[in-house]
Design a protein around this ligand. Structure first.
Ligand code: HEM
Length: 410
């Protein structure tokens, strides 16, 4: 196999600029700069033992390749911290048969029927949260709606007590910071470590309790789930419960304000939504333009051949899902929200292949119901801060506060 050519200096600079302060506010010009250096949507950077992938086809192929491994970076890492002990058993970081086993056990407790049963809960929560918001004065839609809604849904599904909501929100924030945050200051790492210790203790105690006396909810089902007589170990159960809590909350919670911000910049799309709030394409088109998970990563355990290039084993692939979802070769006028767009659902916001999001149907349900409720009840909704602050997390990208005026219910 011929060695990969070194990346030209401007291509390296374009990649480095993805991490510049401010890129999280609007990463899309940066992705276009990298795309310009990426024939076939692939930019090899042999100097960094990495490849940056902006193209939809190349991302899709890598996500589906058995040689592209999720857990390689963690496998050899020593378990010297509680944060590491928390991450290692998560199914997100396992591959092959080990991943299939964990996913099979979790899927068994996460059926389409269970998801469909959440519709009335989502509607009731939306009603409660939206009625509590001021109609005529400015309000923060993250604190008032986008943070509590997905948190309460997943807490209810897991069978967790509502009294602990504030603590769960802090914990999911720590997991998000651990997985994708740009801040690695000792203060933040110390807080994450303390939260990881608390999470492990809390869910270990709870799992023991539920094994002894089951009660309604996914956690009891997981505690009892068996695959060929094999159960989740205690560490597997607690880590994957935390994964569900964090994955079920953080991403959907970022999509809601992200989608509204995009709609505020594309008033014709908001008007079309008001005219047809239950349009079947709403969730997928918003997932495509917002991409709450902007980056995914894989390590190649063997060579992977893509059109025009063979990537060698050992390379780390940075998968720019946000760029893939705005690849003009697949999505013409990619920055435009178009409810009538054919093939919106080809987006990679939920990834693809073995790790395709386990909660995709729940997320779609929450997104559909939320935007239908907003467009139906508040057609005059305005975003009053057109440049809101973002959390310092380029991977799990999300607006920190979104000031809106609901404009009075109809
Ligand atoms: C995996 C995105 C909502 C649970 C993933 C992955 C992505 C993703 C990109 C793949 C990660 C990888 O390849 O390494 C999203 C987005 C969501 C969302 C954009 C909402 C807008 C949810 C919800 C739940 C959930 C609501 C659960 C209640 C999971 C789990 C995995 C996962 C358990 C791991 C699957 C595996 O490793 O096999 N999600 N997710 N997600 N998601 Fe989601």
């Amino acid at each position: 196999m011929s060695p990969l050519p070194p990346a030209p200096a401007p291509a390296q600079a374009a990649v480095q600029a993805l991490w510049s302060p401010g890129a999280v506010q609007d990463p899309y010009p940066g992705y276009e700069a990298v795309r310009a250096w990426s024939p076939g949507g692939v930019l090899p950077l042999p100097e960094w033992n990495a490849v940056f992938v902006t193209g939809h086809a190349a991302n899709s192929a890598l996500l589906r390749s058995p040689a592209a491994r999720s857990g390689a970076w963690l496998a050899g890492a020593p378990e010297t911290t509680d944060a590491m002990r928390l991450l290692k058993p998560m199914m997100l970081f396992h591959d092959g048969a080990g991943h299939a086993r964990l996913r099979g056990l979790m899927q068994a407790a996460f059926t389409p029927r269970v998801v469909a049963e959440q519709r009335e809960l989502v509607r009731a929560l939306l009603d409660e949260l939206l009625c509590a918001l001021p109609q005529d004065t400015e309000t923060d839609l993250v604190a008032g709606l986008a943070a509590p809604l997905p948190a309460r849904v997943i807490m209810h599904m897991l069978g967790l007590s509502g009294d602990d909501e504030a603590r769960f929100l802090r914990w999911t924030g720590s997991v998000a910071d651990l997985l994708g945050g740009a801040d690695r200051s000792p203060e933040l790492m110390g807080r994450i470590e303390a939260d990881a210790r608390e999470m492990r203790a809390y869910f270990r105690d709870l799992a023991n309790e539920l094994r002894a006396s089951p009660r309604p909810g996914l956690l009891s089902a997981l505690a009892a789930a068996e695959d060929g007589g094999e159960r989740l170990s205690s560490d597997e159960l607690l880590s994957n419960a935390v994964l569900l809590l964090a994955a079920g909350h953080e991403t959907t919670s970022n999509l809601i304000p992200g989608g509204l911000l995009e709609l505020s910049r594309q008033p014709e799309a908001w008007a079309a939504l008001v005219a047809q709030p239950a349009h079947p394409n709403v969730a997928d088109e918003l997932l495509r333009v917002v991409s709450p998970v902007q980056y995914d990563g894989r390590t190649l355990s063997g060579p992977v051949t893509l059109p025009g290039i063979t990537l060698p084993a050992g390379l780390h692939a940075q998968l720019l899902l946000g760029a893939a979802n705005r690849d003009p070769q697949v999505f013409p006028e990619p920055h435009r929200i178009d409810w009538e767009r054919p093939g919106s659902a080809r987006h990679l916001a939920f990834a693809a292949g073995a790790h395709y999001c386990l909660g995709a149907s729940l997320a779609r349900l929450e997104i559909r119901e939320t935007f239908a409720a907003l467009a139906t009840r508040f057609p005059a909704l305005t975003v009053t801060d057109p440049n809101p602050p973002f959390k310092p997390n380029p991977v799990l990208r999300g607006v920190a506060r979104l000031k809106v005026r609901l404009g009075g219910a109809i």
